[in-house]
Ligand binder design. Structure first.
Ligand SMILES: *Cc1c(COP(=O)(O)O)cnc(C)c1O
Length: 500
């Protein structure tokens, strides 16, 4: 294929994004014919409550079906292909989770039912609490938070309340956060009223111990640490970090979004963490495309258990009940958390068992290192040693030839892949963060690596081609700044003489 041929837009989807249901509308066209009413006609409300200026699209039934089916076919998901979005753990969601999640006994219960009638659902929550305590080595679990970020908010609010009760909250105003952290970490600390102090990473990507020591004084409330870090590295000093913080009376918060890297191999609780959140929608395979729903349980050592968000599930023999911990920080969601997600996560844990969960972390790490080994000759590897579940490259070599990491990501779309995470973590120039997850086989990894190698060649030989990508997507490069600043949020009828 020549560059010109390749740069032709995909005819199948070329102008798909240009038409809305409004543009397809013709006056009088209908999707359903309603029978004559066989009940007495009712009076309409007063005219001031009625409006006649609503321009709704008028379409036939097959137009509506084709329109929305067409849109759905533009989706890219883990069920359509490899999705190496670093930090997001876009792993396959086993169908058994869905089978169990859809059982009527789970979907038809109401959160306000008397507790005696939802004992099975409460038993599921209780089992999940126990399973997560065993997996993380923590004492108590709160399942209410609806996302990782909300788990963080709960965890830091719990630390704050704990310090208040010890009379230390006026003094301990700082939270230490590594420069590689996910943005939700500093956002959480700031929302809880703490001052964020950034701790640099050392040359190999771990916590700079000297910088940590010098930042520590009796004004530090906690450190928020991601393990393994967003660079995909397991900090070998983790126990020393915990011990150092505790010596200064500070607590260690764990961002557990990357728990799939060491499931069944090490436990947050044993490593010295005081509180950690998990992302069930990442590690425990519940679907999270499109932003939710998710679940971000907080897992704590006994000293923080009285502050857990409500509700928690307590067991008394075979009887389960919803309880509010003694000094709870309160409620974070209307009812009991994302119940459907919690059912799916427990199904995943129970269907894999202890051995299966160990295999998850083994395969996640092997897959990431396979990608590392295949691509390290073509892309710069700023932290050049074995990684955990994800690998962070830099597009700096290609950048020197005028091809940005953004261009590489766009070009991958033409090769049929969802691009990896780019420009994160912030400390890596032109970052390309690949998380293959444990659920991919060698064929998928090879196909992805071949595409990445081909793009590296193109960047050298035909940089223009890469800079113009994507050619196969329904829309090419969007003006993201305009889309964010001056978005069109509603359809407007074209004025006379104006084209739609
Ligand atoms: C995904 C992620 C978060 C945020 O979790 P959400 O469930 O998206 O709110 C926080 N930290 C890290 C390291 C993550 O990867």
């Amino acid at each position: 294929m020549t560059t010109a041929e390749r740069s032709k837009a995909n005819p199948k989807t070329a102008d798909f994004g240009a038409s809305l249901t409004f543009d397809l509308s013709r006056p009088g066209r209908r999707g359903v014919l309603l029978p004559e009413p066989d009940v007495p006609q009712a009076e309409l409300p007063e005219p001031r409550f009625l409006r006649s200026d609503l321009e709704l699209p008028e379409l036939s039934q097959n137009q509506v079906v084709r329109y929305f089916l067409g849109l759905s076919r533009l989706n890219y998901g883990v069920d359509t292909g490899f999705y190496p979005l670093g930090s997001c753990t876009m792993k396959y969601n086993p169908r058994v989770n869905e089978d169990v999640g859809r059982l009527p006994g789970f979907t038809l219960v109401h959160p306000l039912q008397p507790q005696a009638t939802i004992q099975g659902a409460l038993a599921v929550l209780h089992q999940l609490q126990s399973a997560l305590a065993a997996i993380t080595g923590m004492d108590s679990i709160g399942l209410a938070p609806a996302a990782g970020a909300q788990g963080e908010l709960c965890g830091i609010l719990m630390i704050k309340t704990y310090l208040e009760e010890r009379g230390e909250s006026d003094r301990r105003r700082k939270v230490l956060i590594p420069d590689s952290a996910h943005g939700t970490n500093p956002a959480t600390a700031a929302m809880c009223g703490f001052e964020v102090v950034t701790i640099p990473s050392d040359r190999v990507g771990n916590t700079d111990m000297a910088a940590l020591e010098s930042a520590l004084d009796d004004g530090v409330a906690a450190m928020m640490l991601t393990l393994p870090s967003t660079l995909g590295l397991f900090d070998p000093n983790i126990e020393r970090i915990a011990e150092t913080l505790h010596r200064h009376g500070a607590l260690l918060y764990g961002d557990g979004a990357n728990q799939n890297a060491f499931l069944g191999r090490a436990r947050f609780g044993d490593l010295g963490f005081d509180v950690v959140h998990l992302n069930l929608h990442k590690t425990f395979s519940t679907p999270h495309g499109g932003g939710g729903p998710g679940a971000g349980p907080v897992c704590v050592k006994a000293k923080l258990a009285p502050y857990l968000p409500a509700p928690v599930v307590e067991a008394d023999g075979d009887t389960y009940r919803l309880a509010t911990p003694e000094r709870s920080i309160g409620k974070t969601t209307a009812f009991h958390g994302s119940f459907g997600v919690l059912v799916r996560a427990l199904t995943y844990i129970r269907s894999l068992g202890a051995e299966g969960l160990r295999a998850v972390s083994e395969n996640a790490v092997i897959n990431a290192n396979y990608v590392l080994a295949r691509l390290r000759g073509a892309y710069h590897l700023p932290y050049d040693h074995p990684c955990m579940h994800e690998v962070v490259f830099s597009g700096s070599r290609q950048r020197a030839k005028g091809v940005k990491t953004l261009d590489i990501a766009k070009r991958l779309i033409d090769y049929g892949f969802h691009p990896p995470t780019i420009y994160f973590p912030l400390i890596v120039d032109e970052a390309l963060m690949v998380e293959p997850t444990e659920s991919e086989g060698k064929e998928a990894l090879d196909a992805f690596c071949e595409a990445m190698l081909a793009i590296a060649r193109e960047a050298k030989e035909e940089p223009e081609l890469v800079r113009g990508a994507p050619y196969q997507a329904p829309l090419r490069r969007l003006d993201e700044a305009t889309a964010a600043r001056r978005p069109y949020l509603r359809w407007r009828a074209p004025a006379q003489g104006e084209s739609a």
